[in-house]
Design a protein around this ligand. Structure first.
Ligand SMILES: *Cc1c(COP(=O)(O)O)cnc(C)c1O
Length: 217
């Protein structure tokens, strides 16, 4: 495990260099280790390297890993979530990042009253990635507030495409958040973190650049 931890520490250093070179403050931007497709041992190594925020896309994986790794992990749910899975992960989730409909928000509010959430915005036009259309974000944010949830910001998956297109998409998320008085913007992954940082991301969700390729599930 020691060697693997050193590899992750080195990867983390490189990510922090990339953040700085994009004009961000590596001390202030939160790095989430995205653990989907990686075993619990990898999560332990990430924790040993000093991170505490871990993202999961699948309810079953989250529950299995939460059972075996250190309990101080802050789990972030970042994937498409079915309502009937909410109660399984509710005991563990620190921040629900993929809230994109009020039916889901309602179930979260029932299982975890007052929970912290991000509303996911769809800026890529790719439907299966989830997210609310930009013009509906304000209504969903308001609806979450009415349910007693603590809306901390927005989450988005960047589009594929040239740097200018990616920057514009992330910039539109930051502008939406600012317009709604929301502080947090979770955007940017291994391949597009510079664009996200340049446009004001406060949280990056990093899998591959931190832990290498995922095993297929
Ligand atoms: C898998 C995933 C990531 C991490 O992707 P990498 O390219 O491996 O960094 C980030 N966000 C979401 C929503 C994901 O599903």
């Amino acid at each position: 495990m020691a060697g693997a931890v050193l590899t992750i520490v080195a990867a983390l250093d490189r990510i922090r260099e990339r953040i700085a070179s994009a004009g961000g403050d590596p001390e202030r931007i939160r790095i989430l280790a995205v653990a989907k497709g990686h075993p619990a041992e990898r999560v332990q190594e990430v924790l040993a390297a000093g991170l505490v925020d871990v993202g999961e896309s699948y309810a079953q994986e989250l529950v299995a890993k939460a059972d075996t790794v250190e309990s101080y992990v802050r789990w972030h749910f970042i994937g498409n979530l079915q309502r009937n899975k909410v109660r399984h992960v509710a005991p563990f989730v620190h921040l629900w990042q993929s809230v994109d409909r009020l039916s889901l928000a309602g179930e979260i509010a029932r299982q975890a009253p007052g929970a912290s959430v991000l509303v996911q915005v769809n800026v890529s036009g790719v439907e299966h990635q989830g997210g609310v259309a930009p013009e509906r974000v304000a209504a969903v944010v308001e609806g979450c507030g009415d349910l007693g949830l603590d809306v901390q910001g927005l989450m988005a998956i960047g589009p594929q495409g040239p740097e200018t297109v990616v920057r514009a998409a992330f910039g539109s998320v930051r502008a939406l958040a600012d317009g709604l008085g929301l502080a947090e913007c979770s955007m940017g992954m291994s391949a597009d973190l510079e664009a996200a940082v340049a446009e004001g991301a406060t949280m990056l969700r990093i899998g591959t650049a931190l832990m290498g390729p995922r095993s297929s599930r």
